[in-house]
Design a protein around this ligand. Structure first.
Ligand code: FAD
Length: 287
């Protein structure tokens, strides 16, 4: 583990949090409170997701600009599937005018029932387009998958495709969440062998709601280890028990990752402050 993490240990650690754009006025209010609480932890940035096929385009934009106006760094996600070059160009220029400096560039998934894939097929094409349109203005984050993307032909092809995004101009990567630290260390080792040495920041999913987590994990190919799934399932509706075990498991995972040289952590907050605050405190992350 120690030899294969050398590339990562060179990068200063970056701690960040992710939000989704709320759908209701109540959700907007709740996110404001969450953001104010998490801002006290002084994360490097808050990223905001972008719904499939542009379905949250305006809400993402509004959430991002509100964060940025409050004096914190916001990083919009942009997913390109189903979009035209013109619409992505407009979005990039809009964000640049708002002072945004960081983008999470993704392919995204086609909304069910939609056929028109648009003018981009894969995220590497989006990264190349952002560089061609805006040069070095944006720091570009891309996604990667220690347990492999569900549509990848095989592990090697998935690594090749990750390397394509890096060659197209990505600055750093955030992983899909996982609960097995070895998957991350192995992935980083394989990336190093290919000469891919940019920061690969683990994406961390707090365990808040088991039913939702199981559904997400089945869809995105993140494995919940059998022992953990069985324990969480057995708690049924006992949310406090689920969250207590979830906190311990995720805290220990984060500690192993940091001890092994991970260059930071990116928390999928699910717009909730408490689980991230607890992890931040227990891990004694810098504020
Ligand atoms: P790509 O890198 O394009 O890869 C997609 C698949 O195609 C992979 O199987 C890859 O191996 C293969 N592939 C890539 N390039 C090629 C090529 N040139 N030729 C052949 N095959 C290729 N989704 C959203 O809708 N909104 C979000 O805000 C969002 N945020 C995310 C944030 C993070 C950190 C992560 C990890 C995921 C996020 N997702 C989001 C989910 C993501 O959009 C999906 O996982 C999507 O299926 C793949 O996106 P990608 O950018 O990784 O795609």
């Amino acid at each position: 583990q120690s030899q294969t993490m050398e590339s990562q240990k060179q990068h200063p650690p970056v701690y960040s949090c992710e939000f989704f754009p709320p759908r209701t006025e109540q959700g907007v209010e709740k996110l404001r409170t969450t953001r104010e609480r998490l801002a006290r932890l002084n994360p490097a940035y808050f990223s905001v997701t972008f719904g499939a096929g542009g379905s949250t385009r305006d809400r993402t934009y509004e959430t991002v600009t509100e964060i940025q106006r409050s004096g914190l760094e916001a990083a919009p996600h942009i997913s390109c599937i189903g979009s035209t070059r013109e619409s992505i160009r407009e979005l990039l220029h809009g964000y640049r005018e708002q002072g945004i400096r960081r983008i999470v560039a993704l392919r995204g998934d086609m909304p069910s029932g939609t056929r028109d894939v648009g003018e981009f097929r894969y995220a590497n094409e989006l990264v190349a387009f952002i560089r061609a349109e805006t040069g070095d203005h944006f720091h570009i984050e891309v996604a990667c998958y220690p347990e492999f993307h569900p549509q990848a032909r095989d592990a090697e092809a998935d690594m090749d495709n990750f390397a394509r995004k890096v060659e197209a101009g990505a600055d750093a990567a955030i992983t899909q969440y996982f609960f097995n630290a070895d998957a991350y260390f192995h992935f980083v080792g394989q990336a190093e062998k290919r000469g891919v040495t940019l920061p690969i920041v683990p994406g961390i999913m707090p365990i808040i709601n088991f039913t939702q987590l199981a559904r997400f994990s089945d869809a995105c190919g993140a494995e919940i280890p059998r022992w953990l799934r069985k324990r969480l399932e057995a708690y049924g509706d006992d949310k406090a028990a689920i969250q207590a075990l979830g906190h311990e498991v995720v805290r220990d995972l984060c500690q192993r990752l940091l001890d092994g040289g991970a260059p930071g952590l990116h928390f999928y907050s699910m717009n909730q402050a408490r689980p991230v605050e607890r992890l931040w405190a227990d891990l004694q992350l810098p504020r």
